[in-house]
Design a protein around this ligand. Structure first.
Ligand SMILES: [Zn+2]
Length: 245
């Protein structure tokens, strides 16, 4: 697990090919995403590494409700009474009432590719086949400024899932994009700004058009769900992602 401070009080944590973010203000923390189902201890360890504990967490914000991002969310909610918040369009997914994920059949059909095989094995080891849905969720709408450390502004970027959300931390010059825009290829691990491969997106065309919503965001660092921090403007990241289509 790697914990990297990318801006004052903003940390990117990376483990098992997925990232989550910690935003610290005084004694209070916002956690963006929560890794795989078996990453609960890693989320706690990442908080401890920066001198905190789950007791300091004000809220968990989800970029989207896939197994590699909401894995430990229900445990954080139920064990520590931390509210979990997501865009309104994502709530049914987070509660397990609806699914917009890549199917196991699709993954299996591509397992002959070594990079897919390795990813699938890692995913299984992290509990990727057994997501725990949330039993309660708080929702917000596009454009909401959330009253939690970092005062993130929610930007609805549908396509990867219906309620995929980016978070802009205006004071910190940071944009967090989840899987709407990533900086590594999930299978091949090639680095560079890109949209997720079509098979991972619920609506690929919508995912491509949604990154346009990030173009004019004022930030100098882009943090994504998969891949290293991107040092540069969202505009440049979107241009690079578009060039890779
Ligand atoms: Zn993901």
């Amino acid at each position: 697990m790697e914990v990297l401070e990318v801006a004052p009080g903003v940390y990117q944590v990376t483990a098992s090919r997925v990232s989550w973010q910690l935003i610290v203000e005084g004694d209070s923390i916002t956690v963006v995403d929560a890794g795989w189902p078996r990453d609960y201890k890693r989320v706690v360890a990442s908080l401890e590494q920066i001198g905190h504990s789950p007791g300091s967490v004000d809220a968990v914000l989800l970029t989207h409700a896939h197994v590699d991002h909401m894995g430990a969310a229900e445990k954080l909610r139920s064990l520590h009474d931390i509210p979990v918040r997501a865009h309104q369009e994502e709530s049914e997914l987070a509660l397990g009432l609806r699914h917009e994920s890549i199917t196991t059949a699709k993954v299996i059909s591509q397992m002959w590719r070594p990079s897919v095989f390795r990813f699938a094995l890692m995913s299984l080891g992290r509990g990727g086949a057994s997501v725990t849905p949330l039993t309660a969720i708080e929702t917000f709408q596009d454009g909401a400024t959330l009253d939690t450390p970092g005062s993130p502004i929610a930007i609805h970027v549908p396509g990867h899932t219906s309620g995929s959300t980016a978070y802009h931390l205006g004071d910190k010059g940071v944009l967090i994009t989840g899987d709407a825009l990533v900086t590594t290829h999930l299978y091949t691990r090639e680095v560079g700004a890109r949209v997720m491969p079509a098979e991972f997106n619920h609506d690929h065309e919508l995912a491509i058009s949604s990154i346009g919503r990030l173009e004019d965001i004022d930030a100098t660092v882009v943090l994504t769900g998969h891949g290293p921090p991107y040092e540069g403007s969202p505009k440049r990241a979107v241009e690079e992602a578009t060039a890779r289509l």
